[in-house]
Design a protein around this ligand. Structure first.
Ligand code: BJW
Ligand code: ZN
Length: 244
């Protein structure tokens, strides 16, 4: 039984401006691996050898192959009840912004509309040399690294460590968090910046801050309410309480 405090229930019902930040944990129940923790990707692979510009310059084939492997996996997964709950939530508020660090596209697949993808999307590619989008279909069965018409190598359109986040999405994310009356941080370890500071921006601008995560994170001490459990169970309970 998931307890929704009367205080939280009141905010859920009275808030008009709502923003949500999601991380890999929201897709874990769909079968997408998270990054950190015992089962996380970074326990098997070294981030600096795969998710940095230096890594791509050193060994583009290896990095491409790793993303192709993850693409194959992500092409088979489906949104879970936590994604569906956020679709429902969006319908209940006039001003609702879904900020995600995830590159898996599951929020869009579930039906969410106002989505800001801070770390890109694994289904998109661009040229490493000239930056132009590369729109040709990628054969999921082949690991062949494609080339741009300029001769440059093609890379996934995701944000690696040390790279800038898409400025428009990031600005809109900070704006939405600054005006939010209610902010939810769902399934993120809240250690990767600048995304991790977005919930704290909301809190310092007066939002009621709620965290939904399996375990405590560096932002837990700043929350008004923290649920420790599975997003796929807690998010539907939150939305149910909103409809009561
Ligand atoms: C569940 C669950 C269930 C499980 N239900 N919960 C300020 C201070 C310190 C460092 C920096 C700083 N500013 C910038 C930096 C450097 C760096 C950074 O933050 N490093 C830290 C690690 C220390 N940031 C950057 O480089 C960023 N760029 C930047 O800031 O540019 C300007 C600049 C550059 C250099 C210096 C200074 C400024 C870019 C960051 C890009 C991150 N990219 C990745 C890879 C994307 C592509 C790919 O997927 O391959 O993004 S890394 C990876 O981490 C991925 C994620 O989006 C991101 C966040 O991870 P997330 O989503 O939180 O996942 P997990 O696994 O960490 O956590 C999951 C949580 O879910 C866990 O807590 C579980 O318990 C929980 N969970 N199942 C609910 N069922
Ligand atoms: Zn090019």
């Amino acid at each position: 039984m998931i307890e929704i405090s009367p205080e939280l229930q009141k905010v859920l019902k009275s808030a008009r401006k709502v923003a949500v930040l999601t991380g890999a944990g929201i897709s874990a129940e769909s079968g997408v691996p998270t990054f950190r923790g015992e089962e996380g990707l970074w326990s098997k692979f070294r981030a600096e050898e795969l998710a940095t510009v230096d890594a791509f310059m050193r060994n583009p084939e290896l990095v491409w192959e790793w993303y192709m492997h993850r693409r194959q996996l992500m092409s088979t997964v489906k949104p879970n009840p936590a994604h569906a709950a956020l679709v429902e939530m969006e319908k209940l508020y006039d001003d609702f912004t879904l900020i995600t660090q995830n590159i898996d596209g599951l929020h869009r697949q579930a039906g969410s509309k106002n989505i800001l993808e801070l770390h890109g999307n694994i289904s998109l590619n661009k040229c490493f040399a000239c930056g132009r989008p590369f729109t040709e279909d990628i054969d999921l069965e082949s690991n062949q690294l494609p080339a741009c018409e300029c001769g440059g190598k093609i890379r996934p359109d995701v944000v690696w460590f040390g790279e800038l986040l898409p400025p428009d999405a990031l600005n809109r994310a900070f704006d939405a968090s600054a005006r939010a009356e209610l902010f939810l941080s769902v399934g993120t370890s809240a250690v990767v910046h600048p995304a991790a500071s977005i919930p704290l921006t909301a809190k310092s601008n007066g939002a009621f801050l709620v965290e939904v995560n399996l375990e405590p994170t560096p932002i837990t001490e700043f929350t008004d309410w923290a649920f420790h459990g599975k997003a796929g169970e807690i998010m539907p309970a939150i939305v149910e309480s909103l409809k009561k």
